[in-house]
Design a protein around this ligand. Sequence first.
Ligand SMILES: NC(=O)c1ccc[n+]([C@@H]2O[C@H](COP(=O)([O-])OP(=O)(O)OC[C@H]3O[C@@H](n4cnc5c(N)ncnc54)[C@H](OP(=O)(O)O)[C@@H]3O)[C@@H](O)[C@H]2O)c1
Length: 332
Amino acid sequence: MEYRFLGNSGLKVSALSFGSWVTFGEQVDTDLAYESMKTAYDAGVNFFDNAEAYESGQSEIIMGKVIKKAGWKRSDLVLSTKIFWGGEGPNDQGLSFKHIKEGTEAALQRLQTEYVDLIFCHRPDLHTPIEETVWAMNQMISEGKALYWGTSEWSAEQIRKAYEFARREHLRPPLMEQPEYNMFKREKVEAEFAPLYEDIGLGTTIWSPLASGLLTGKYNEGIPEGSRLDLEKYSWLRKKLLETERGRQKLEKVKQLAPVAQDLGISMPQLALAWCLKNPNVSTVITGASKVSQVEQNMKTMDVIDKVDDEVMETIESILDNKPKAQPDFRN
Ligand SMILES: NC(=O)c1ccc[n+]([C@@H]2O[C@H](COP(=O)([O-])OP(=O)(O)OC[C@H]3O[C@@H](n4cnc5c(N)ncnc54)[C@H](OP(=O)(O)O)[C@@H]3O)[C@@H](O)[C@H]2O)c1
């Protein structure tokens, strides 16, 4: 496993990490979660991602049980939670000081840990002043409940505003952002955030590297039974990913990418994960899996990543044909 610094910090995260969205508490019970996390851990994964919203807290409960059963040293782990959707009450959502404090404390109980290493604002909250959220996150760190804080699916402008306010007030600034990033979703990571990597040392913990499975090629000939896009609860995702013109175009691209993986003697999931890892501004690629065999295959990406060289990246680029435009440089 390779370990990368998380942005401008001294914290190292495994280049491949493991998360529990959709899976834990839905497709994966505690025993399977144990086998999956152990497989990831044995391959060198140290970062395990979670959120208060995942299966209404069940995902954190399962992860907490697994960590306890495995008996891993706390210092060997980088654990996260994300705060925003904590329940139905008027103060159970968003990024108010009240919800950040209460949501964090509840998550720690479910995870059976005294602190999370990373705490994320799961989305921007348009109804809470950004200053209140920065102060609340700083407070969680001061209280020892989290070590670093960051954002998820915030705009570059929102991140910069939070960062500058924190700096001005001598509070802990946001360190990392958790955006969706994969072959089909590139704009934020490759273009919008570009100035932030240098300016504020932003790290990224990227999600859905396989576009919920689309990039594995498993949907090329229909929807396999029991797969994510077959789940009734996630029919919204199926509609978004498969049942639109854009979705059909993506499937066509996946079909064109298949021979590239085949020629290299690697699997489609490995090609798609390696492609994400090749971006130096990606601190860690959060993988997800409903089966241990998937974790095994995904972790082996580290052994084959060198096959995805510049020439292969160019071939992929020509197939994808979706490279975000860089900021124009008017001096040239
Ligand atoms: N911050 C956010 O808003 C946010 C949002 C989403 C996710 N996340 C984080 O990112 C993590 C990863 O996201 P994700 O689960 O969407 O990642 P993903 O890699 O795009 O999708 C994972 C799913 O693809 C399928 N899969 C994975 N490996 C496979 C393989 N080798 N062969 C065949 N199928 C395979 C499995 O689904 P099936 O077997 O069911 O088909 C698996 O659950 C989450 O667990 C969560 O921690 C964060």
